[in-house]
Ligand binder design. Structure first.
Ligand SMILES: Nc1ncnc2c1ncn2[C@@H]1O[C@H](COP(=O)(O)OP(=O)(O)O)[C@@H](O)[C@H]1O
Ligand SMILES: [Mg+2]
Length: 243
């Protein structure tokens, strides 16, 4: 593991009214590292994800990518940010197809007007969606199927695929295996394990200690908005993969 921080959360505080959902939280994830983020319901995990994603603006503190602060209002959902996020509520568009969901907000366009308006290149999008899902070994019936018709496991797989498809530096996954069966969970964890092999850092939020032990190098613990603990890395050689 190299010790260069890819993503650093530096003293982030986020208040909702008088309630500090996050209170001066600092931690970093390094190149090729998988850090698990643990904590009870309400600990502030999803709020932290939204601060990283640029959905919430922290009251104090910054989020740094490769040592540089993300400009306020940056959306990590953008194709060029280098950050991939899988949100806890999946944030899929049920009435849109699998392919459209994979590319929502970052469709390949043929430029037509000067200010970013363009015509979506559907054929290119379908081909790229097919290649992406093939690369991630995610099987779906038909790329034109509306996501609302898929099973819970398939929806989760599409959300994970969308989150990791264009990420180059770091991927954040907020409880990506909650409510999945064993086989579907294994598929999602397989996708997570491939990321460090491709040089991508991972922050994995999970309630499942078995999968944390199986995939994470290190775990940090949030309680009531504060970082209260860190479980040190286990040597990779003693790690046991989830099967
Ligand atoms: N948009 C919001 N408005 C007000 N309070 C919120 C909002 N989002 C989260 N909270 C509160 O912040 C705390 C942390 O929530 P959350 O980050 O969702 O926790 P976790 O993901 O660890 O379960 C909770 O007390 C929650 O009620
Ligand atoms: Mg949450």
């Amino acid at each position: 593991m190299a010790d260069r921080a890819v993503l650093e959360v530096a003293g982030v505080t986020k208040r909702f009214g008088n309630h500090a959902a996050l209170d001066a939280v600092s931690f970093a994830v390094h190149e090729r590292e998988v850090v698990a983020l643990l904590g009870d319901n309400g600990a502030g995990k999803s709020t932290l994800v939204k601060c990283i994603a640029g959905i919430h603006r922290p009251d104090h503190g910054t989020v740094l990518l490769d040592g540089a602060p993300l400009p306020p209002g940056t959306s990590a959902a953008g194709r060029d940010s280098g950050i991939g996020i899988v949100f806890q509520d999946l944030a899929l568009f049920d009435n849109m197809s699998i392919a459209e969901n994979l590319f929502a907000g970052r469709e390949p366009c043929r430029p037509r007007f000067p200010r970013g308006l363009g015509i979506v290149r559907r054929r290119v999008m379908l081909d790229e969606a097919r290649r992406t899902l093939h690369r991630l070994e995610v099987q779906v019936p038909n790329l034109r199927t509306p996501v609302g018709l898929l099973s819970g496991g398939q929806r989760q797989a599409i959300a994970v695929s969308r989150g990791i498809a264009f990420a180059r530096r770091v991927v954040v996954l907020d409880e990506p295996t909650a409510a999945l069966g064993i086989r579907e969970r294994t598929n999602v964890l397989r996708l997570v394990r491939q990321l460090p092999e491709n040089g991508i850092a991972v922050i994995l939020i999970s309630h499942n200690l078995e999968e944390v032990v199986a995939v994470a190098d290190r775990a940090v613990v949030l309680r009531q908005g504060r970082l209260v603990g860190e479980v040190p890395a286990r040597p990779r050689t003693t790690r046991r993969w989830c099967r």
